[in-house]
Design a protein around this ligand. Structure first.
Ligand code: GLN
Length: 543
């Protein structure tokens, strides 16, 4: 009996020629555009590496680890999807080769394939298809971004699963290939050959693209598009140029929309073309492009060679900037370089200081110095996870008189003001074993935290093993620190702040993971507001 026709349309996005062309932003933008036309959408990212998740990878290799509400450690592209779509995704939105093999090998050991030889096709590809179809009939569109570049050995099983889904009659599919069309300056010419080769490779795998998104620095003239269309077997009106966004990635959906990409997709899939509502998005982008103010923020950390390591923080600043009518210039400051005699040199220019998340003791003393500088000089301060732990260590050392205060993560000191959470003590495995995902927090009324959220009860996402040591709570509070957010059972300190300071907040969770385009995050919005005020005050005192 033929399978029932599914309501879900599957849009595959593959990448060609080189990596870093912006598949994640393109997928997120398409998602937003379809959603703004009243369709329901979700996005899945498939990653070809063998790690079960990116949780054990260095942020310098892979960029930030994005944590979902349900506690999955996922690829940073999920952050783009959440920020553009304005909604939370789950562990079913990101899969890796490692997870797929893990599942198949576990089933093999359980005897689920008794008598059979377990092979890439069909066993691995069936497992991939199961994951691609996890939201079947639930959404109007499932966008599936396949990581890597076509031609890589690693992503072959994912492409084979795509080919098979293309063949199955019970759901509609559309293949989009994002490729690169370089401009060779010396020749003064645009070159289509890399794209032709990439599409040829794709077709060898049995996948014919329906739409080509051509990333290019120069406009693609009609004859270039015609040439690409002819060689790549796509309709000429399905060859789209993707120029670099002038000022912000949040302009990409507007560029796609202007070029008619969503309508072309809907027509190809036989879906109704509907009016879109991008009003709020346009205003948001407009404010990013024409800010009234400008503030400079220090992002202090040790992963300063790669901005992607702090992707969500940097994006949260863009959102908060737009809402505060301010440009936010974020400078990455390497904490390893901050010493007693040069703190000023590193930090004096900033209107706000954020100490970011991190693991391990490298650069930790520089972070503690940065927290002290912000406290003593009334510079707005925001400590996130490890950043809050540094602020607590600094306060314990300088205000509470525990000169050897430290964290168990870095030292054997008796004054472990930051220590393991109880359930973490016995854990030895590193993968997926931290306190992960969304947990509730109760905020003390009358605090700056409460002022930001306007609510006593909040939920935020976590990724950590250590916490403020409850044995030191009284000492910290007796010396003026406000523990402004606690877990509902009051066992964990989730937020701290300092009175008599314009804005000094530390949080054990990761607010950056919940900052969305257009609406932003309350803490980032307030932090930038404080930075703008700090700057205005500084400017006034110069007159
Ligand atoms: N390393 C610290 C911990 O595990 C902080 C983690 C983080 O900043 N995400 O508690």
């Amino acid at each position: 009996m033929p399978k029932k026709q599914s309501k879900t349309n599957y849009i595959f996005i593959t990448g060609g020629v080189i990596s870093s062309l912006g598949k994640g932003i393109s997928s997120a933008s398409l998602g937003l555009l379809l959603q703004s036309r009243g369709y329901t959408v979700t996005v899945i990212k498939l990653d070809p590496y063998i790690n079960v998740d990116p949780g054990t990878m260095s942020p310098l290799q892979h960029g930030e680890v994005f944590v979902t509400d349900d506690g999955a450690e996922t690829d940073l592209d999920l952050g783009h999807y959440e920020r553009f779509l304005g909604k939370s995704l789950t562990r079913d939105n990101n899969h890796t080769t490692g997870q797929v093999y893990f599942e198949v090998i576990t089933k093999e050991r359980q005897g689920k394939y008794l008598g059979k030889t377990v092979q890439v096709i069909p066993h691995i590809t069936d497992e991939i298809k199961k994951r691609m179809l996890a939201f079947d009939d639930e959404f109007d569109f499932v966008i599936i971004e396949i990581g890597g570049t076509v031609g890589d050995i690693e992503s072959l099983p994912f492409l084979e699963a795509q080919r098979q889904l293309n063949m199955e009659a019970n759901h509609k599919t559309l293949n989009i290939h994002l490729t690169y069309v370089p401009y060779i300056k010396a020749a003064g010419e645009i070159k289509t050959k890399p794209t032709q080769h990439s599409v040829k490779t794709l077709m060898e795998y049995g996948i014919k693209p329906d739409i080509l998104l051509c990333r290019t620095e120069q406009k693609l003239l009609k004859d270039v598009r015609a040439k690409i269309a002819l060689f790549c077997m796509v309709d000429v009106d399905c060859v789209f140029e993707v120029l670099d966004a002038e000022k912000t990635i949040y302009e990409v959906p507007l560029m796609f929309s202007k070029d008619g990409l969503p309508d072309r997709i809907l027509t190809k899939l036989g879906m109704e073309i509907r009016e879109s509502d991008l009003n709020k998005w346009e205003k948001f982008v407009d404010k990013i492009k024409k800010p009234k103010h400008s503030v400079t923020i220090a992002l202090v950390g040790k992963y300063t060679n790669l901005g992607d390591a702090y992707k969500s923080i940097i994006e949260a600043f863009v959102h908060a900037g737009s809402i505060n009518d301010s440009k936010v210039v974020v400078k990455l400051v390497n904490s390893e370089k901050i010493e007693d005699n040069n703190v000023d040199e590193h930090l004096a220019e900033f209107d706000g200081i954020l100490i970011g998340p991190g693991f391990g003791d490298r650069g930790i003393e520089g972070k503690i110095k940065a927290a002290r500088y912000a406290r003593e000089n009334n510079v707005p301060f925001f400590g996130i996870c490890l950043g809050m732990q540094c602020a607590v260590i600094e306060y314990a050392r300088d205000i509470c008189g525990l000169s050897n205060a430290n964290s168990t993560e870095f030292s054997e000191t008796p004054n472990k003001v930051i220590d393991f959470m109880d359930e973490q003590r016995k854990i030895t495995d590193k993968g997926g074993t931290m306190r992960l995902g969304s947990y509730p927090c109760i905020i003390k009324p009358g605090t700056k935290a409460y002022e930001a959220y306007g609510n006593e009860y909040i939920n935020e996402r976590h990724r950590h093993r250590y916490e403020v040591n409850n044995d030191f709570r009284d000492l910290l509070q007796d010396n003026g620190m406000i523990l402004s957010g606690l877990s509902p059972d009051r066992k964990l300190v989730e937020m701290m702040e300092l009175p008599n300071h314009p804005w000094f907040i530390g949080v054990q969770f990761h607010p950056e993971l919940k900052s969305r385009a257009v609406t932003g995050h309350p803490l980032f919005i307030q932090f930038i507001k404080a930075a703008v005020n700090h700057k205005l005050k500084k400017d006034k005192s110069k007159i």
